[in-house]
Design a protein around this ligand. Structure first.
Ligand SMILES: Nc1nc2c(c(=O)[nH]1)N[C@H]1C(S)=C(S)[C@@H](COP(=O)(O)OP(=O)(O)OC[C@H]3O[C@@H](n4cnc5c(=O)[nH]c(N)nc54)[C@H](O)[C@@H]3O)O[C@H]1N2
Ligand SMILES: Nc1nc2c(c(=O)[nH]1)N[C@H]1C(S)=C(S)[C@@H](COP(=O)(O)OP(=O)(O)OC[C@H]3O[C@@H](n4cnc5c(=O)[nH]c(N)nc54)[C@H](O)[C@@H]3O)O[C@H]1N2
Ligand code: SF4
Ligand SMILES: [Mo]
Length: 790
């Protein structure tokens, strides 16, 4: 039930509402219990078409997180005295407009650094407005959490398939064999693979006789579930995967099947991997050569198999090469784009399928960053380079920052450096519910309402889901009077950036609708070709601009049927449209003449299942050749760096991160229900290393690396391999001027202070957050001896 539909006076009553959980990529359906306007409980929604009742401790704490008393309830604006004070919304937007536009007009668009953080992929507004904001700003200084995360995958997909957003996901429900590298879905609940109850799916894989191999320097909860765990030396997965490719070629185990004709460059990959024999990589990876051969043979022999890599395969020295090799193996074994292998989802808001053929391809390095000369990737520059762009004088210097859902002071390398740089900006605006390590530098903080008061649609994760499905949950609790939702906040920022401050935010949405319809009616392949855009716009349903935009995307998407047949003017086009939608790539949904619409979706509050993943090649390929380009030139040019790694002497001790089930990056340490227990900022170290270095369990240790030093208590455990220590990220809540009471009481330390921002994967600009050298100094040598934890 939508809050607007509540009978008069019912607002104090106990009721329930469905809500897709925005707290991780699994996108579970929740049933919220609501008393008045307060969420008092959350349980798994058993009727949810995708998650079927699954929930984790974070989802169960939705109410506490939603009602966190430290959430900002209104804007903050910096006064003449330099202090942030509470202000009204009009004053706040006036301030943004008054400061941002003149800077752009004086110094040009590149003087604004746009910084987009992770929660943008978890909010409906974050899916709809950032592209418009970037267009309005017109800046090339765009930095997002992607360059601390999955940019290597975008780059490898862009190069292999011509589309950086075409990311294959392992077919978890049907695969016979999963080779999982650098991911710990039992804690993270999965990433670039949206699967509610990932743990259950892994157990089901094993129960049906399938095989799970986990490659991770730590014996994680996921590794413990596996048939085989390879405790690889961090940063060397590309070598391992290259060696597996080598064995496939050497032992004539490659079998691309129907991909053979769709792929070029296979012979070149064979040549490129010739010297990466298992014997050659074994020492660098610290793995047994025979184990690598076995892995290759099993991968080839499995009826179906999927190779899947995540954070530990991306935020490393050879992140793009590793991401590329993951899909090279999927191609060589014939598992790409086949059920049980790795498939491309088709989400309800994807572009509809096109005719196969050559595309525009994917270019890297079309421009470079001003100071470091870092090449752009996907129109982004490395977030690790933001600080130098702010502090280095000269033309094109970043003087203002617009940050949306981003906390780079904790999430990016060298937080102290960035902290100082942000303090010197001419102007900063932050869209963030918290006054935290980053937003404390803003001149204006614009807080979005809590998730219970926000509608939800997963634009990003439906395109990464292990099953095609679509769900929309309107806000469960009405907004307070006069408080804008995040869509309105971002739309008003777009207007301010475009020099249209004061105009109605609805103009932003209607502008998008008009432009989209104008394109669609002119496109001969569109189901609405030749129709009257004003008529179509008038037919859109939805109570708000974002809902009308969603309706439009659903109708024009692969499960939509345009606007149904147009009885007056163009019956033929209408019928064609319906046909196209239910063609090869379609699903069960478009069976009705209308296809998918917002109205239909609203009639299914627990979602609509769109069926298992289906093959999508060659239609989705957008390379210049129209085929899979297995050895793209930029990859070939980076291979010498990997060859050099064969001979490199490994560092004695390197650091990797870890995630805790009850945490999320930097912003969930403020909820008492999610703190304490094993969710602590400790340095995990193997007993042998601890003994060698004279470190006792619980002893305070100084950790030193390129970017500086931090101190944390040691936790001795053989769950990390020797030569590796682990410190989680997102901690370091001890800076003044923040308002995160619970987090600040147990601040932990910022692992990213160990980095100076110079270690990057060169092709993607992604920071190397895993596998960098550190040295340790015990500070309290005779701390009370603790028992060894495993
Ligand atoms: N060492 C190390 N560093 C890492 C990582 C690692 O593994 N190791 N992981 C990296 C990864 S994968 C990522 S994605 C990045 C994340 O980096 P960031 O995106 O910078 O950090 P987050 O902690 O996810 O949160 C960003 C901000 O969003 C705010 N926020 C929460 N909900 C909302 C909302 O609904 N709307 C808005 N507008 N704001 C909201 C939070 O208050 C917080 O300030 O960190 C990276 N940093
Ligand atoms: N509970 C919780 N869930 C989360 C998040 C969170 O902070 N907490 N963050 C969310 C975000 S933004 C993301 S991107 C996803 C990430 O999802 P995952 O990728 O599953 O994240 P991690 O749990 O960090 O797992 C990465 C693993 O890589 C291992 N590793 C490190 N270096 C290497 C290496 O060189 N090689 C190999 N093979 N392994 C290596 C680490 O030991 C770790 O176990 O999780 C999301 N979900
Ligand atoms: S697994 Fe993720 S989406 Fe599901 S309840 Fe937990 S935090 Fe929410
Ligand atoms: Mo992430």
């Amino acid at each position: 039930m939508a809050p607007e539909d509540l009978p008069e006076g019912a607002t104090g009553a106990l009721r329930t509402a469905p809500r897709v959980c925005p707290l991780c990529e699994a996108t579970c359906g929740l049933t919220l219990t609501i008393e008045g306007t307060r969420v008092t409980g959350a349980r798994g929604d058993r009727d949810d078409v995708f998650s079927r009742g699954f929930i984790c401790p974070k989802g169960a704490s939705f109410g506490e997180l939603d009602a966190d008393p430290d959430r900002l309830t209104g804007p903050l604006v910096r006064g003449e005295d330099g202090e942030l004070r509470e202000a009204g919304w009009e004053e706040a937007f006036d301030r943004v407009a008054a400061r941002l536009r003149p800077l752009i007009e004086t110094y040009g668009p590149d003087c604004v650094g746009a910084v987009l953080g992770n929660p943008n992929v978890h909010t409906m507004a974050g899916g709809l407005y950032p592209p418009l904001l970037l267009a309005a700003l017109g800046t090339r200084n765009v930095f997002t959490a992607s360059t601390l995360d999955q940019m290597p995958k975008h780059v490898s997909s862009g190069l292999l398939f011509g589309d950086p957003l075409a990311i294959p996901v392992p077919d978890l429900d049907r695969t016979d064999h999963l080779l999982l590298l650098g991911a710990n879905p039992l804690e993270s609940n999965g990433s670039l693979c949206t699967a509610p109850d990932f743990p259950g799916k892994l157990r089901a894989l094993r129960a049906r006789g399938g095989t799970l191999t986990v490659v991770d320097p730590r014996r994680t909860r996921t590794a413990r579930l596996a048939d085989r765990h390879l405790a690889i030396r961090p940063g060397t997965d590309a070598l391992l995967l290259a060696a597996i490719a080598h064995v496939l070629f050497e032992e004539k185990l490659t079998d691309p099947g129907r991909l053979t004709d769709l792929t070029e460059g296979t012979a070149e990959v064979r040549e490129a991997t010739a010297e990466f024999t298992p014997e050659a990589v074994a020492a660098a990876c610290d793995l047994d050569a025979e184990d690598i051969r076995t892995l290759a043979r099993e991968l080839a022999a499995a009826p179906t198999a999927a190779v899947y890599g995540r954070i530990g395969s991306c935020t490393v020295e050879h992140g793009t090469l590793t991401s590329w090799l993951v899909d090279v193996l999927n191609v060589l074994t014939g598992n790409l784009d086949r059920p049980g292998g790795a498939l491309f989802p088709l989400s309800a808001t994807d572009r509809p399928p096109r005719t196969p053929g050559p595309g525009k391809g994917f270019a890297l390095g079309r421009w470079t960053s001003r100071v470091g000369g870092h090449p752009e990737a996907k129109s982004e520059l490395p977030l690790a380079a933001l600080a130098e762009e702010i502090r280095t004088p000269g033309e094109g210097r970043v003087r203002a920052v617009v940050a949306v859902a981003a906390n780079p002071v904790l999430s990016a390398p060298d937080g102290d450096g960035l902290d100082r740089a942000l303090a010197g900006l001419d102007f900063m605006v932050s869209v963030d519910p918290y006054l935290n390590e980053t937003s404390r530098h803003a001149d204006v903080v614009l807080p979005p309402p809590p998730p219970s008061r926000s509608p939800h649609f997963d634009f990003a994760f439906n395109a990464l889901a292990v099953r095609n499905q679509v769900r929309y949950t309107p806000a469960a609790v009405p907004l307070e009077d006069g408080r804008p939702d995040e869509s309105e906040i971002l739309a008003r920022l777009v207007l301010a950036a475009a020099g249209m401050h004061g105009a109605s935010p609805e103009l932003v949405d209607e502008g998008v609708i008009d432009r989209t319809l104008a394109r669609a009616v002119a496109d001969p392949h569109s189901p609405v070709h030749g129709r009257d855009p004003r008529d179509l716009s008038a037919r859109l349903t939805g109570r708000t601009g974002p809902e009308r935009r969603l309706d439009l995307m659903l109708r024009l998407g692969p499960y939509g049927a345009g606007f149904g047949p147009d009885a007056d003017t163009a019956p033929d086009e209408g019928a064609d449209g319906a046909d196209a939608a239910s063609g090869t790539e379609g699903s069960t949904a478009p069976g009705t003449p209308e296809g998918l619409t917002l109205e239909r979706l609203l009639a299914h509050p627990h979602g609509i299942d769109l069926g298992p993943l289906r093959p999508r090649l060659p239609a989705l390929l957008r390379t210049r050749s129209g085929r899979i380009e297995l050895l793209p030139a930029p990859i070939a040019a980076d291979l010498p760096r990997l060859r050099a790694a064969l001979a490199a002497r490994p560092a004695a001790l390197v650091l990797v991160g870890r995630r805790h089930l009850r945490s999320n990056n930097s912003w969930m340490h403020n909820v008492p229900a999610l703190t304490g227990g094993s969710n602590r900022c400790t340095l995990q170290i193997h007993p042998a290393d601890a003994a060698r270095l004279g470190i006792a369990d619980g002893a305070q240790v100084r950790i030193t690396a390129d970017g500086g030093a931090v101190e944390a208590p040691a936790e001795i455990t053989d769950a990390v391999r020797t030569g590796v220590v682990s410190l989680p990220h997102g901690w370091g809540h001890d800076r003044p001027g923040t308002r995160t009471t619970v987090a600040s009481a147990r601040p932990g330390v910022n692992v990213n202070q160990l980095l100076d921002g110079t270690r990057l994967d060169p092709l993607s600009g992604t920071a190397v957050l895993n596998g960098f050298p550190v040295t340790l100094t015990p500070l309290t040598a005779d701390a009370p001896p603790g028992s060894m934890r495993t």
